[in-house]
Ligand binder design. Structure first.
Ligand code: GLA
Length: 376
């Protein structure tokens, strides 16, 4: 009897541990009904720094329509830091810089909405933004109301000049209080183990400090993020930062970045100057088969299943039983790589656009081969 009781208690404890261990994600999850797949769009910061204007935003929106990027899924046009005047108005409201945005943010939102896209904006959960403009700390309600009144659909909320986790809850609640659907992007650079609480607070959260347009930076961000894959899921995503495709990465590296981000179920926020981007950059951003992996409705991020001397294999389970497989060569020399998936009935090479006999390739230095495998 004692043995049975003890066994029962042990089983109970094990079951409890199992439940706690399995739920990497805090409960309750923040649920505003948005970002059921990772957000896709564009942001000015990687290419333009603090040099943003309404002309840039509107010409980029035009270009996203003309190139087909909008129809490929890149619908958020996001304004980053430095859109504001240096002071609030007499009623304490944020106001746009009158020279950079002479018609105000609402006019830009109307323009972008008229193109069938959505508008994103930037603020910081501190006394000032990273660029030294008025921050939202202590003004959350009023600022969220202002964004909603302007027709903003997405807020990137930075970390400069503030600290702690609670300030992200204050803006979450303020946004919810407006009644407007606004994607909430937490940008706290991976501090305070944000992956462990992010899904209770927002729709996406940065896992690292800022990315740079170099392969070394891409590797750092990838390695820091892939370890957190268990925390990503519909409505709440790890954010390895905006894309550097077209910003100085080689074409091979750009394809690697897109493929890695898709395997990670990461937001695809293009960061190149789309008014000048070459055809290769635009074509790579539009690869529908790679986007389909990123946007897979199951929403489970991929993981590293093998790694040896800078040669990595990642897999990601997809809705309906398919599996995405990525062969990633981090090294400076081309390498023969391969993998096999039990029960595979068809293998599609997502960059060649062909059906192939096996997952096997000579993968270029800094490059990838990416596959979608159908199974019985
Ligand atoms: C921080 C963010 C960047 C960008 C800048 C703007 O560094 O991480 O993505 O928004 O601020 O100042």
């Amino acid at each position: 009897m004692v043995t049975v009781r003890r066994a029962g208690a042990l089983l109970f404890v094990l079951a409890l541990l199992g439940v706690l261990g399995a739920s990497a994600v805090p409960s309750p999850r923040f649920d505003n009904g948005l970002a059921l797949t990772p957000p896709m769009g564009w942001n000015d910061y990687n290419a333009f720094g603090l040099d943003v204007s309404e002309t840039l935003i509107e010409r980029t929106a035009d270009r996203m329509v003309e190139t087909g990027l909008r129809d490929a899924g890149y619908v958020y046009v996001n304004i980053d830091d430095a859109w504001m005047a240096k002071a609030r108005d007499a009623d304490g409201r944020l106001q746009a810089d009158p020279e950079r945005f002479p018609h105000g943010i609402k006019a830009v939102a109307d323009y972008v909405h008229g193109k069938g896209m959505r508008l994103g904006i930037y603020e910081s959960a501190g006394t000032e933004t990273c660029g030294g403009y008025p921050g939202s700390l202590g003004h959350e309600r009023q600022d969220a109301r202002t964004f909603a009144d302007w027709g903003v659909d997405y807020l990137k909320y930075d970390t400069c000049n503030g600290s702690g986790v609670q300030r992200y809850a204050a803006m979450r609640d303020a946004l919810e209080n407006t009644g407007r659907p606004i994607v909430y992007s937490i940008c706290n650079w991976g501090a305070d183990r944000v992956w462990a609480w992010g899904s209770g607070y927002g729709n996406l959260w940065r896992t690292t400090p800022d990315i740079a347009p170099t392969f070394a930076s891409l590797l750092d961000v990838f390695h820091a993020t892939v370890r957190r894959s268990g925390y990503a899921g519909p409505g709440g995503w790890n954010d390895p930062d905006m894309l550097e495709v077209g910003n100085g990465l080689t074409r091979t590296e750009g394809r690697a970045e897109l493929s890695l981000w898709a395997m990670l179920a990461a937001p695809l926020i293009a960061g190149a100057d789309l008014t000048k981007a070459d055809d290769g950059t635009v074509a790579d951003l539009q690869n529908a088969a790679v986007i389909a992996v990123d946007q897979d409705p199951l929403g489970r991020a991929g993981t590293v299943v093998a790694s040896h001397d800078g040669l990595d294999v990642l897999t990601r389970p997809l809705a309906g039983g398919d599996v995405a497989v990525l062969l990633f060569n981090e090294t400076g020399a081309d390498a023969d790589m391969g993998w096999s998936v039990p029960g595979a009935t068809a293998v599609h090479d997502l960059w060649a656009g062909t059906t192939v006999a096996a997952i096997r390739a000579r993968v270029p230095a800094h490059g990838v081969a990416m596959y979608r495998v159908s199974r019985q």
